[in-house]
Design a binder for this molecule. Structure first.
Ligand code: FAD
Length: 421
């Protein structure tokens, strides 16, 4: 303890001389409050509030979420009341209107709360769906949906992936055809996060039969409270992330008014362009969550290896374990450096698609490989579902698949390596 204090105060005085905040890896724990070069003391207060919110959810309630493979709808209203939804969505439309970094603090805190909180999908709702509406929606659409998304009365999802494929969005089969002023939507989507609880779906569909899909896809705001025919399939059973609601959606002749088209006439056939525009944010959110989850798993393992005894002493005394943890910490720090820079660039409007793809690729691959190494230090207990590290291991696996697979990230990055002439 004394040694830790001395070490911390040495670092603190060094940082005070520089007038800077500590990086999180310079503090006692990677999850300590009061660190992070992009954050400030107001954000620390917000972080404390987030931490309190997640700590206030009972173990019995989360157990139910795990069993039902989705959270309850009430948690959305509770999060709304606590100011955890649409955090950086402009206040003029009914969002909280805080700087982007606050939403990153909220993302980290949900991850630090542990793998039983993979769901609810607040990040997708506030950090993916809301920005589509505020960036491309009409004034009417923004005023219609953002206030109730901020309170948690509207729960949103985004539907791109179809049973026949997710990477190749241009091959999308779901289509919408005009009928007078209305649109008739047909098709299906799968693996849709928040899908069962959602009452608002942002759904991608082909709106032009001929021509390149890049100029033939539009996005629709499908409100289950207003339209008949939006059927939800079974809640999908996944190998991990059991508290995250994942569903299939079916659209059988769903009649939508012209006002359901995102951006109305201006948004027609611009869906692909909109997706390209929003991808950097989706990737930063996914990568940062992966990093924060890895940091949390690291701290849990650090503690466990200090307590668990073998051959007359704690595991943390064994050189193999010490070196492994040193290596993992170094990998985490390399991801954190990338995270800090990407968050800084994003908040200045300077993050390009390739850099966001590199961050997503690197952070999620490190999450999967490092959690695998951390689990090894738990021995057989690491394989038991009651332990967080087992849930983390199963939950991590999908991070290199959703929000664009690692292969697709490499494809995008390679276009920058070898630009088309
Ligand atoms: C838990 C979960 C939640 C999800 N949430 C959502 C959601 O909310 N909304 C949504 O729309 N989608 C969601 N998805 C879908 C996710 O984005 C897709 O699974 C992902 O994009 C991959 O698509 P796919 O599963 O159809 O795989 P495929 O596209 O069939 O790919 C299969 C494999 O082939 C590789 N591959 C494909 N094309 C190439 C290529 N050109 N070069 C090299 N390799 C290639 C892929 O990388 C992958 O390894 C979710 C998925 C999961 C599992």
């Amino acid at each position: 303890m004394l040694r830790n204090l001395t070490r911390s105060s040495r670092k603190l005085s060094a940082s005070a001389q520089l007038g800077a905040r500590l990086h999180n890896w310079q503090s006692e724990k990677l999850t300590d409050i009061g660190t992070g070069v992009n954050y400030d003391s107001d954000m620390d207060i917000f972080r404390e509030q987030c931490r309190k919110f997640w700590a206030g959810i009972s173990a019995e309630r989360v157990e139910k979420w795990d069993k039902n493979h989705m959270p309850d709808a009430e948690i959305w209203r509770e999060a709304g009341e606590a100011g955890l939804l649409c955090i950086d969505t402009p206040a003029e439309y009914g969002g909280i209107g805080a700087p982007f970094e606050y939403s990153m603090v909220a993302c980290e805190e949900q991850a630090y709360a542990g793998p039983k909180f993979y769901g609810p999908g607040f990040g997708l709702h506030s950090g993916i769906v809301a920005p589509y509406i505020t960036s491309f929606g009409t004034e009417e659409q923004k005023h219609k949906y953002i206030p109730s998304m901020t309170t948690g009365e509207t729960i949103s999802c985004i539907g791109m992936t179809e049973p026949s494929g997710g990477s190749d969005l241009q091959a999308m089969k779901t289509n919408a055809v005009r009928d007078g002023d209305d649109w008739i939507l047909n098709g299906s989507k799968t693996f849709i996060s928040n899908g069962t609880l959602a009452n608002l779906g942002l759904i991608a569909a082909r709106t032009k039969k001929e021509g390149r899909a890049a100029h033939a896809i539009s996005l629709f705001l499908v409100d289950t409270r207003e339209h008949n025919g939006f059927n939800k399939g079974k809640n999908l059973r996944k190998i991990g992330q059991h508290s995250y609601d994942t569903a299939e959606l079916f659209f059988d002749d769903v009649r939508l008014p012209a006002s359901a088209l995102l951006g109305e006439e201006e948004g027609l056939n611009k869906g692909f362009y909109m997706m390209m525009n929003e991808l950097p944010r989706e990737r930063v959110g996914c990568a940062l969550e992966a990093l924060a989850r890895l940091e949390n798993a690291f701290e849990q393992t650090r503690q466990y290896t200090q307590e668990r005894k073998a051959f007359g002493g704690p595991l943390s005394d064994k050189q193999v374990i010490k070196h492994s943890m040193a290596e993992i910490k170094t990998e985490i720090v390399s991801v954190r450096l990338m995270a800090d820079e990407c968050v800084r660039l994003y908040s200045r409007g300077e993050l390009d698609n390739e850099t966001a793809s590199m961050f997503k690729l690197y952070a999620t691959e490190k999450y999967v490989s490092c959690v695998n190494k951390l689990l090894q230090h738990w021995g057989g207990w690491g394989y038991m579902w009651e332990y967080d590290i087992a849930k983390e291991y199963a939950g991590a696996r999908v991070f290199t698949i959703y929000a664009g697979t690692s292969e697709i990230m490499k494809e995008l990055i390679s276009r920058d390596v070898y630009p088309r002439k």
